[in-house]
Structure formats: structure tokens, C-alpha cells
Design a protein around this ligand. Structure first.
Ligand code: GAP
Length: 495
């Protein structure tokens, strides 16, 4: 959204997007060339926040666990990987265009938001009147159409477009002039080699998971892992999909934090492991990221919606300003992927049980969460408007800067040099901002907007007694802290 400083912004999501742009968290992609749809760049504050989220995730799920190891696979990969995984055939979205304004959108999203906009009484009477049309009745009941075949989506679309009172119109221009619905593969092909046709072609990876499956043998052979164990990966995925705004919620390039947790189904009950993974995901979001449990819920995928590779999928959803939406998926992928790769590559991807000597093709449970969605959740949760200020009440562990140091006056050399000494000391331990522009009040407000939990002001008293004023972001209270205790003052609060 273009920032509008003169007009009042009322929509909560627009407010977050506006602050995120103004204060260097998220910029629209390729902006000076008119933008590139569904791409974003992260500014100085967004980059720090992303890094903090990723570091917390990596520590919690990889470094703190004896049973999980990391991997960083290539973004560009052999086309056969995606044939084996089923993505070349099955990784497609149903799309529809408005013939009038040429807007292109996902047909499932269009139909679902249309159902959500219907009056509950209308929904009830439509269900009664058309009780034999099972696809229609089910979609009206659940407000979900994902996974339905194109013909069913098309017939539901036609039905809604012909409703007499409130027909399905284009959300962009209001006209009812639709193309038919058709499938569109989301993988990005990449032409390799300097001369066309010379190097063959690959794909930008559509999910990080495949990098883990194809390296399964390498990891087993080069480490001391034993079942059950996980391989974790944090990195970008690429999907050529159409999105409906909402900032970085759905983009064509995004970062996923993913684990494939391998186990022998004869030794481990998948349902028990699944529950354990649900608990870990919940714990990470509520305890590490400090998100309120009231804004979270679990949702189980229906048979139609579930991906082709999964026997059971649940989503952890967050209440974004635009409604409860998927944050983090948990799927039981069985041994589908390893088997597919064994079939196509003709390589043995089974593992030997050291006790029984039996060959096992492990099954996997896969927690896969979007880092950019975690970031958007954190911004949504932290954004607070008070009478005289906007504050990002970020948990200090997540804040881009932990502390900002100010000399009271920018033109007093002794204050500036003392403040610089404090900055240099503190920066050894965490990220610190230094600001000597404008008055102290403005500097506080500026740090509040980027979520800096504490501001330190060096004043004339500091030169006398080696104490500074520490101002707390959330309470705006100030206290005097001796320089000797300053580091401990912050580190004790950064847990
Ligand atoms: N390997 C499984 C997999 O990739 P997914 O549900 O397609 O599962 C994992 O993606 C997570 O990545 C989702 O839970 C979501 O948070 C995030 N995600 C998916 N598509 C996205 C997109 N287009 N933009 C931003 N985040 C996305």
C-alpha cells in the first residue's frame, strides 16, 4: 500500500503496512520501477527482525535438540526432483480472470471470501434449497473449496454468479464477466546454461522439503544420526501464485522453516509424534515469540484440501487483522517422498536398523512454517496505538535494537563522547542504536515505533556520577541506573 501521510488510515492492516514501510521493515518490491506484484523487500528494521526470528527458530528446533541436524540445499534443483515429488503434475492453483478489468485471482480464494460475505440466513436457505448438490452444500457449510476439482469449482462459481440478489462479482471492478476456471502450475522453471537448450532446465524449489529428501542418504552417511531424527532447513521457496494483497502473507518468494522428522512406524506411533510436534510448535509461538494463545487455533485439513502427499495435516492459525489464517502446517507425509525418489533415481534411500539389520524406509512428520508470516504475525501482535504515540510492543528478544543510546545534546562534545563509549560497550553484547538527532522526546517516539525496549540518555549528571537515565518503552517510565549496572540491567530482562 502506498503510504498516505495526509489521510487518516483506519484499516488495522493498512496501519501496520504503513508503519512497516515508513520505519524500514517492509518495502514493496522493485518500487522505483512501478513495483512487481507479490514481491517485497525488507528494510533495515525488517532484516533485523527476520534474523531474530530465524535465530530463535534455529536455536529452539536445531541447536537445542540432540535429534535434529541442519541442512542448506540449493535453491535451483534438477527437474526430476519435482517430477518424483509430484509437483510437476499436481502443484497447481485454480485461477480465474475478470474479463472486464483483467484482474487474475485464485478461484478458491474468490469463492471462499464470497461465501464468508454471505448472510448466515442466506447460507442456510441455499443449503436447504440445494441439498442434493453436495459440493455446494459442503462449501457453504465450511466456507472452504480448496481441493475441489476444477469442474466443481466452475459449477459453484456459475451458481454464485447467477444468484439474483447478490451475485459473485469481481472484487476489483464489480462486474460479472468471468473467464472459466483453469489450473496453473506454480513451479518456476529455470533455463540453465549459457546457450539455450545446452544445460537443460531445473526449477526454483517449490518447497524446502525436497532438498531434505534428496539429501537423506548424504546426511545419514555423513553424521551419527539414528531414528527417530529430524533434518531442518531454513530457506526460500518460490511459487508462481496470485495473491490478494495482505503484505507479505502470500508472496511468490518466501522463507520457510521446515523439519522432516524421520521415524520407523513400527517403533514410533505417528499419532504420538504428531501430538509432540503440535506441542513444540505451540510452545515456540506462545513462549518464545510471546504470542497470545487467544489469537491462535488449530485447524484440521479436510480430505479434499489436504496435499496429495499427506495422510493428516493440521494448521496452526493466527488471527491476523484479516482473519484467522495459516501460519504453520504440520503434515504426516508417510514414506511417500523417499519412495518416490527411490523409484525415479534408482538410489537406495532406506536406512539399516543396527539392532535388527532390517532395512527401513522411514516415514516423516513435517512441521513447515512461513518465516514471513511469523514476522507479519509479530508485527500485528505488537502494533499498539496510544494517545500520543504508536508503539511496537515487541518482545525484547525480537526487537531490531535492544537499546538506543542518546547524548542529551548533540553539540556537547563531552556528552557525545560518553554516549559513544556506552554505545561501543553495549554493542559487544546486542544490537544498539545511536541517535543524536532532534530532541529527546522525538527520539523516544522514533524508537517506540521500531520497538526498541530501552533508551539510555547521557546527560550532565552522567558526567558527575556515572549514571544514566533508562526509559522503558512500554511504561514510558524513566529510572536512573549506574553505568556499572547498565549491562546487567538489560541482559537480565532479555531472557
Ligand atoms: N513442505 C510443506 C510446505 O511447503 P506449505 O503449507 O505449502 O507446506 C509451508 O508451506 C508454510 O509456508 C505455510 O504454513 C506458510 O506459513 C508459508 N507459505 C506458504 N506459501 C506461502 C506464500 N506464498 N507466501 C508466504 N508464505 C507462504
Amino acid at each position: 500500500m502506498a503510504e498516505n501521510t495526509n489521510q487518516e488510515i483506519n484499516n488495522p492492516m493498512d496501519k501496520i503496512v504503513s508503519l512497516a514501510k515508513r520505519r524500514g521493515f517492509i518495502y514493496p518490491g522493485s518500487e522505483i520501477y512501478g513495483g512487481l506484484a507479490n514481491t517485497y523487500d525488507y528494510g533495515p528494521m525488517g532484516t533485523e527482525l527476520l534474523r531474530n526470528i530465524k535465530n530463535l527458530w534455529w536455536k529452539y528446533f536445531v541447536q537445542d535438540r540432540p535429534d535434529i541436524v541442519g541442512l542448506d540445499a540449493s535453491l535451483i534443483s534438477h527437474h526430476k526432483i519435482w517430477e518424483a515429488s509430484g509437483h510437476v503434475k499436481g502443484f497447481a492453483d485454480a485461477m480465474i480472470d475478470c474479463k472486464n478489468c483483467k484482474a487474475r485471482m485464485r478461484a478458491d480464494h474468490l469463492l471462499e471470501s464470497f461465501i464468508e460475505s454471505l448472510d448466515p440466513q442466506v447460507i442456510q436457505s441455499l443449503q436447504k434449497e440445494h441439498s442434493k448438490n453436495t459440493d455446494l452444500v459442503k462449501s457453504l457449510k465450511t466456507a472452504k473449496v480448496e481441493g475441489l476439482p476444477v469442474q466443481s469449482l466452475e459449477s459453484i462459481r456459475k451458481f454464485f454468479s447467477n444468484l439474483p440478489k447478490k451475485p459473485l462479482a469481481c472484487p476489483n471492478c464489480g462486474k460479472i464477466d468471468w473467464t472459466s476456471i483453469r489450473k496453473f502450475n506454480q513451479l518456476f522453471p529455470v533455463q540453465l546454461g549459457i546457450v539455450e537448450g545446452q544445460g537443460g532446465f531445473g526449477y526454483l524449489r517449490g518447497e524446502t522439503a525436497q532438498g531434505i529428501f534428496i539429501n537423506f542418504r548424504n546426511v545419514v552417511d555423513s553424521t551419527r544420526v539414528k531414528l527417530p531424527f529430524g533434518i531442518a532447513q531454513l530457506g526460500k521457496s518460490f511459487r508462481n501464485e496470485i495473491t490478494l494483497g495482505n503484505s507479505v502473507f502470500r508472496t511468490i518468494e518466501f522463507e520457510v522453516a521446515e523439519i522432516e522428522y524421520f521415524f520407523d512406524p513400527e517403533n514410533n506411533d505417528w499419532k504420538e509424534l504428531f501430538e509432540k510436534w503440535k506441542n513444540s510448535m505451540w510452545d515456540f509461538v506462545t513462549r518464545e515469540l510471546k504470542i497470545s494463545a487467544d489469537n491462535l487455533r488449530w485447524r484440521t485439513h479436510s480430505d479434499e484440501e489436504r496435499s496429495f502427499y499427506s495422510l493428516m495435516t493440521v494448521d496452526l492459525e493466527y488471527k491476523f487483522p484479516f482473519g484467522f489464517k495459516e501460519l504453520w502446517g504440520l503434515a504426516y507425509r508417510t514414506d511417500y517422498d523417499l519412495r518416490q525418489h527411490m523409484n525415479l533415481s534408482k538410489k537406495d534411500l532406506s536406512i539399516l536398523d543396527p539392532q535388527t539389520g532390517k532395512k527401513i524406509t522411514p516415514h516423516v512428520i513435517e512441521p513447515a512454517g512461513g518465516i514471513n508470516r511469523l514476522l507479519l504475525m509479530i508485527l500485528s501482535e505488537a502494533y499498539t496505538e496510544e494517545e500520543k504515540r504508536k508503539v511496537l510492543k515487541l518482545h525484547p528478544k525480537l526487537s531490531p535494537y535492544k537499546v538506543a543510546v542518546f547524548p542529551l545534546l548533540a553539540n556537547k562534545e563531552n556528552l557525545v563522547s560518553k554516549a559513544k563509549d556506552i554505545f561501543n560497550d553495549l554493542k559487544q553484547h546486542f544490537s544498539v542504536a545511536f541517535d543524536d538527532r532532534g530532541n529527546i522526546g522525538k527520539r523516544y517516539l522514533s524508537q517506540d515505533e521500531v520497538g526498541t525496549p530501552w533508551c539510555v540518555t547521557v546527560d550532565f549528571q552522567t558526567l558527575d556520577d556515572d549514571s544514566v537515565t533508562v526509559r522503558d518503552r512500554d511504561t514510558a517510565k524513566q529510572e536512573r541506573v549506574p553505568l556499572k549496572q547498565l549491562l546487567q540491567h538489560f541482559t537480565s530482562r532479555l531472557i
